[in-house]
Design a protein around this ligand. Sequence first.
Ligand code: HDE
Length: 722
Amino acid sequence: MAKKNGRTGGNGKAAGEVRGSGGELHQRATGVSLTTNQGVPVGDDQNSLRVGQRGPTLLEDFHFLEKMTHFDHERIPERIVHARGSAAHGSFTPYKNAARYTRAAFLQDPKVSTPVFVRFSTVVGGAGSIDLPRDVRGFATKFYTSEGIFDLVGNNIPVFFIQDALKFPDFVHSVKMEPDRGFPQNASAHDTFWDFVSLVPESMHMLMWVMSDRALPRSFRTMEGFGVNAFRMIDAAGDATFVKFHWRPAIGSASVLWDEACKINGADQDFHRRDLFTAIQKGAYPEYELSIQAIPEDEADDLDFDILDPTKLIPEELYPLVPIGNMILDRWPDNFFAETEQAAFHPGHIVPGIEFSDDPLLQGRIFSYTDTQLKRLGGPNFHEIAINRPKCPMHNFQRDGMARMEIDRGRVSYEPNSLSPGGPRETPDGFVTYPSVVTGEKRRERSPTFADYYSQPRMFWRSMTEPEQRHIANAFTFELSKVETVAIRTRMLGHLKLIEPELHARVANAMNMENMADVIRPPVAPRDDLPASPALSILAKAPATLVGRKVGALIADGYDRALLDKLRAAVTKEGAMFEVVGPKIGGAQASDGSRIAVDHIISGGPSVIFDAVVVMPGAVSIGELVTEAAAIDWVSDAFTHCKVIGIALSAQPLLDAARVKGDEGVIDLAGGKGVAQFLAVAKEGRIWARETKVRGPDKKPGTAPKPKKQVKAHNGRSAARR
Ligand code: HDE
């Protein structure tokens, strides 16, 4: 066969080009042979083996059979939940010795870091679905500790829908696409989901979270994480403490608005994946602090709610977070499939010093994850896949099975044995289960301590700032308006009435379904005395910062180059990213004659992908821009999404076309202090006062606190014992 390198010009042949027998153009020789998976050099990768030139293909074409079989199996079954995920490598370093709580080796020495692999995910949609549906996010961390793998398989919401693992298949079936029609993909706004949850009142607390801004994170980098279930930590003396795990993002939490999410999904359906990738690429490494809430075993019974009930949380104001260490994610996986897709997380992967509680959801999870891996990863050897392999020594007598990688040596594959003197043995300081005492009759019964379904949802509502309450009411309205069965809507209205009359009133009013709520009798009357927990609000504790955020500037011919340079420098100095948007990808010409390329064209970089924006077209191009729908949308979306907008004088006609009214968030960049003022206001986040003017009919003056102001907090641990 010819080995010459060929180049085409149009559809013709370049001079000296040689085609192979399949008509393909040959590439430059590399000295590396293409082989089969058995290492056999392949002579022809263009033509299958057939009888003559036009006859049937032969079954003996082992190269074809191998290649096609491999291809046919290139996709493994996606995860039944959490199918769409994005992951990164990094490391975890404890702040100090946590021996007070646990003997876990990776939590003892601040000089020793532990490698981690973190996978973030949506829950409901398939692997190719959008990044910004209204949904819970998974936050699963694999710690490769010196004593084995510890998987902290958490979510970005601290409670869950159900109390018993037996109900998980029902819950997931209800929220996934409906089986007869195959839609909706990745949306809870449909009848079967609301039918199920409205019949299962334990889901009310989680519904409040899922209807809140928590379900629309701005980025994986601005998302909290929670272990949800109670675990135990065991110290060197064998004493136990109940713990709840919390991750806090270093740059603070942030979310997007629903309308923004809908538009982002259109503009960039890989929004979160791209954001994580880009941040790591640019060295803006995502960072999270790991904390625990530590509840001594003898105090657990005095809590208002059962520590084993995963639909309840323990307010931080009662048991403050104890910071344990810091995690930095600094490396994108080399191969998405090999690592992100094949990663097998499991809440049952624990290390000495960390143990389970009897939470009935957690107990069921311990079975489900192994079972899932067997199916997804094809057999019992998934621990041998590179991403799942422990980074400490691993020896036992398990053998064989599908896709065994290890070539086990010797005649001994059992224990005890005397024929393998150097073989693995039990170690006295290995894992020994904490001897908690369990008594009782065998029963299928829920503990009455799990029965208060409405008090914590009410506490959650009362802990929100006014914009957050507005978003919750709007989300219920949106979702229930998508429910076709009226009886499901009226049932849900009955629950909302029990959670908080004000919430019910807003939703019923927005749906024009007042006085239609079902009467629902709660097994335990909702409490009215739980103090608000400000820690539950994103806005009440939002830091004033631009670190890790993204500012976009809309330019066009005639823009002010000096202003753009000044902005870029100032924004970058704040730790934010700066991107430029213009009518043509090749760039725009500044008033001083210089030209820079832009990062996005206007329709390709809509303002929804930025946290704050600048509108600075030139006088010469403004006439064209005001007739360009994408440019008008760019500005009007930024305004209705309550973003801070910096403007150059030349922008006014475009602002008029976008019907932007001046307010405290529309900032004139002219003058020496313009840029500094823009940054100062942008750090504060969105202009919430604008929201009720441009969106949302259901704002009612209520008792809700304002963002940034302290709401009435728990007044100490004694509150737990009332
Ligand atoms: Fe999971 N969950 N889950 N889950 N879960 C899975 O395991 C399950 C629950 C969570 O990035 C599955 O490998 C049951 C709570 C995350 O790969 C499956 C119950 C929390 C991920 C499974 C729960 C989670 C999963 C599907 C109720 C937060 C993705 C694929 C009893 C604390 C991990 C897989 C990754 C994945 C079962 C409830 C978090 C089916 C039975 C509560 C982050 O085994």
